[in-house]
Design a protein around this ligand. Sequence first.
Ligand SMILES: Cc1ncc(COP(=O)(O)O)c(C=O)c1O
Length: 509
Amino acid sequence: MFEHRVGFVSPLDGLNLNQIAPGRRDGSISEILADVLLREVIGAAEYHIDLHAGDLEELLLPFAGYALTGRPTSTGWVRPSRAPTRRASFPSHSRRDDPALVPTALLPLTSHLLPLACCPVPFCSMIAHRATTFTESVIREMTRIANQHEAINLAQGFPDFPMPAPMKDAACAAIRGDINQYAITWGSPALRLAIAEKYRRWYGMEVDPDREITVTCGATEAMAATFLALVDPGDEVIILEPYYENYGPDAILADARPVFVPLEPPRWTLEPDRLRRAFGPRTKAIIVNTPHNPTGRVLSRDELSLIASLCIEHDAWAFTDEIYEHIRYTGTHHSLASWPGMRERTVTISGLSKTFSCTGWRLGYAIAPPPAANAIRKVHDFLTVGAPAPLQAAAAVGMAFDAAYYNHLVRDYQERRDIMTSALTEAGFRFSVPDGAYYVLADFSALSDMADEEFAKWMTRDVGVATVPGSSFYHDPALGSRLVRFAFCKKTATLEEAARRLASLPARV
Ligand SMILES: Cc1ncc(COP(=O)(O)O)c(C=O)c1O
């Protein structure tokens, strides 16, 4: 016999269907809620409920409402006393405000929760509201589905080819040389020096390695620590959309309010008036990701100048994400911090994952003016203490590579891009050829009427090529419902096999 507590919120309190079930338009509210609750919150693979419509809402809204709002308003005790079942019948007269009936009516439903009942404390109140307002990364979920179906994984942006050998050797040497204890929290002196030297060489920027650089666990941590250090609850942060999916949770974790500005298809350009209108008295920062994931856009000098002038006019920060700075086919990479008046209001974020094909090393950095760097260093210290010491030693070796390395990197990526884009054209996708980064965001309207998630799962299963559904790059999933993203950071042999599989796609849809 188990005993556990469940939380209730008042039905429909704060419910926004679009947030609970992005992109879901089919079925009644109750059906969608039941489905979301049982599949996604409780994790039931299949279920069947015989229930009168009114009761369904009575019973499921509290749970779904909790899943969305994370705010239980009262608690009740439930004693599941029989084995888990997938089939449940609820009496038509059950009411939430009838203390005698509620526990009884909830019994079959709570049997789905039995694994949670092993927890000695109430499970609902154990989860903070902020963690209930975003879901697991869709990209990593697609990787799992790809593995399940042995599909070629063009979903997650990690290379399937090796990183540079001299860096691997340097990492092994560092471990054998006993560089295995904590590095200085904000980064080993050698790596910070190498980063400063690189910025002087490439972008003509003088960076103080002692006061302005924080080495982090990837650009991911650099961005999250920057949000936590510089953004107050209620501040607005402008995000260009479609956007790399981490920025949404970053904003939520900092209690910030994201303000979305579209990059306009088909060329994913920035419309100056829309950007101007997004800036206001509460604007604290704008995130500037160029080269851009998922569109491959490299922002032009004019677009960056407009961003710079608006940041200065509104006294706002620019948090740049320049992780793809060296993967460019056309256009020049401009670092926004080098604009007049921007150095003191820019946090420049980048990392090693993409440039050195080592996404598993988890090394990135933030460059910020000293007062901001101090704040970022404090957050970073208490989040992670520091990035891995032996890998920092090896990273300094990579940061010193000369132009030949970067030219080679671009040549190889150009070849991969060309294989990918011709395969997608042949298969019937429509897209704008990327100027940089290693993604193609492709419209599949000419191929199928399915929604993006269904289409991506179907492609993984039936065509053997995994992609990311476009809706995961938009705050309103409907905006991405005709798009999927392909990552081409793969060996040419992998891409050629993907091209062969994609060639069969038109005949299968
Ligand atoms: C735009 C962007 N920023 C950051 C990251 C993650 O970088 P890191 O591996 O350094 O955390 C990615 C990874 O896909 C990305 O696309």
